[in-house]
Design a protein around this ligand. Sequence first.
Ligand code: ZN
Length: 416
Amino acid sequence: MRYIPGIWVLLIGCFLLITGSHSVWAQSYDLVIKNGHLFDAKNGINQPMEIAILKGKIAKVASHIPATEGNKVIDAGGMWISPGFIDPHTHVFVGEKPRVFAGGSSSVFPDAFSFRSGVTTVVDAGTSGWRNFEHFKSTVIDVAQTRVLAFLNIAGGGMSGDPYQQDIQDMNPEMTFNMIQKYPDLMVGVKIGHYEGESWQPFDLAVEAAALSNRPLLVECHLPEYSLKEQLRRMRPGDLLTHTYEHIRDREPIIDQNGNLLPAVIEARKRGVLFDLSHGGAGFWFDQAVPAIQQGLTPDTFGTDLHRFSMNSGMKNFANVLSKFLALGLDLEEVLEKATWGTAKALKREDLGHLSEGAVADLTLLSIRSGSFGFVDSAGMSITGNQMIEPELTIRAGRVVYDLNGISATPFKKVK
Ligand SMILES: [Zn+2]
């Protein structure tokens, strides 16, 4: 009996040695983010929380994670932590063709604009079709660090300009469906847009391809031949209308001459048709947005319609667009929810837009600046707001890909 206490001392000693050595020589996590305010709509979190990342995934979310557990530690004091933003409407099939969107200079490379505005996933809105998707994949999607998903255009060559976009013979639901089947993880749906004729056949072919692939249709038509009322009637629940607040000659606006939402818009929303902002260069007008928001029509998703023209217009970037909606009276929480989990749900990509343990570590740290900020619409009108969402740091699959103020960097010490 007198030997038992000695054995216990030995066992406890071994245990302490093992656990002690673990904390000294082998941190549990690649990265720990401390002292931030976590907003994760899917998990109902809107409070101070700490996050640990391991091998590109969210490993732990807790009110306290010791700094000693992280190989690297980031202090997010005073900042919001959000899942990485998802931009559902961009044109990123950049290439060598002058003044063309599909494989040309009117598109932009995703990494150049995504991370600095807190975006970790962009969706290309039909810049490619079934004929050139694989070229888009090899030249952009496979090369970018940003996650790039796609709506596939019903036009075989995507946005290759005219006359290709007008060729109904090249709008093939079977071929579109086949390409979506081939790359199901990259494809979120089908797009119809930029057809200028009077036939409804292209629209119906696009609906057919979307139905075959069991994915939403993105409708980006601006043309009087396609009346808004008839477009909305043909759209299914879950399909997305773009350029919700557009007010140009070539398209019926959603607000009538008396300042009221069109009954067809109210009815479509009740049926579950979704309304994407699709700001673009000409797609956002305060004379539509202000009364629409007052009457309850906020955007379901905040597509920027990023391309080389829109990014230098009133649109600027994703974070600026979100800040514009704060100035229009939306809450920060509502804006963040729609920019993350809300968009993931609309795209039927529920693996994204949240920071559950086990999810991919795509996230952004945000400072909410106070001051006086101006926001511009497509008519050249401006409003002022008092908050600006400023992305400080963006993480994609566990790696810091953007760090505005060097909060993840090692402080430089003067060389003596
Ligand atoms: Zn577009």
